[in-house]
Design a protein around this ligand. Sequence first.
Ligand code: GZL
Length: 383
Amino acid sequence: MKKKLLSAVLSAVMVAGLVAGCGSAAAPAADAAAPAPAAEEAAPAAEEAPAAEVVESAEAAEEAVAADAGASGDVITVGFAQVGHESDWRTASTKSCQDVFSSANGYDLSFVDCDNDSAAQLEAVRGFIEQGVDYIIIDPIVSTGWDTVLTECEDAGIPVIVIDRTIDDSDKYAAWVGSNFLTEGKAAGEWLKAYAEKQGIKEINALVISGTTGASAQIGRSDGFKEIADREGWTILDEQTGDFTEEGGQQVMESYCKSYEGKFNVVVCQNDNEAFGAMTAMDNAGVKYGPGNDVILISFDACTAGLEDVKAGKITADFECNPLAAPFVEEVIKTLQSGGTPEKEVYMVEHWYALPDQIVDFSVDGEAQTMTEVTDEVIAAQY
Ligand code: GZL
């Protein structure tokens, strides 16, 4: 396996370099052990970094092995620790990775569905380290508690690529490919402002069904929408997590229909699957939603089934989160394979969807936004 060969070559080079080049000052040691997150014991004190010339020799050796592997067409082993299987969006994300990192494309993919369990996800990453994979892909369930295990990946010489959600307490990864969740939240808020003005709606009383608590997607969408709500003087009556699932959306909406009967005119679901559940609950409670009805229903993801509900006049506007990041992750791996340095952040292109009567002009942070009309063709092309 390439990783084992590379480690052997690097070890040999570093031993030789340390013996021959003892006169050089070692590069400064890495930062002191990062503060241990609750789920992890404190990281061991960082070892002194190797002397500068050893790193140069090691890099030359790494490039030689990488070039050799590329030329020889060696299989590239990839470990992928996926959030879970909670939504249509997640299904599309998983399929995108499995399609790209296939054996036909020269990869050996070890895939772990972490079932929304952060401890299982850390365990999966450590399992990939044990396996000695060439690359590790992580879609982090939550955005903190990562620095210790990313340090272990770094010590093992395994590059990490973060996909979709962000890691906010460590930068020990080669690149992140995902979405701007704060922009998504602001777009929903700015659209609602423009749409309410067009409809002559003077007062906004919103209920939010948020995603998995602590996921960067939840944090960004909540913060973005709240920023506009606060600026416009809207009332957010309540915000509870539906955990990005249909069941969670239905449970929260059932509670809302009892607690806030007749008091709300906007429901914001932080993904389509929560919206599907919320619609079931509102149907059961006799609450009318969608264009021309009492309640404006806003959703995120814009998966195929979500756009079908927009076209059917149920979801009033749907703010896309693009799950098809795997081809861009492969570009990162190819750059690393050739000894290059990838961009640290790669943002996905996303669209905002509605029917013609719900399409309005609005801007986000001063940048004019374009909305996409939901048609049968648009739905047929969606993920
Ligand atoms: C967002 C992604 C979210 C989706 C949900 O990038 O992490 O997780 O919005 C999914 O559908 O569960």
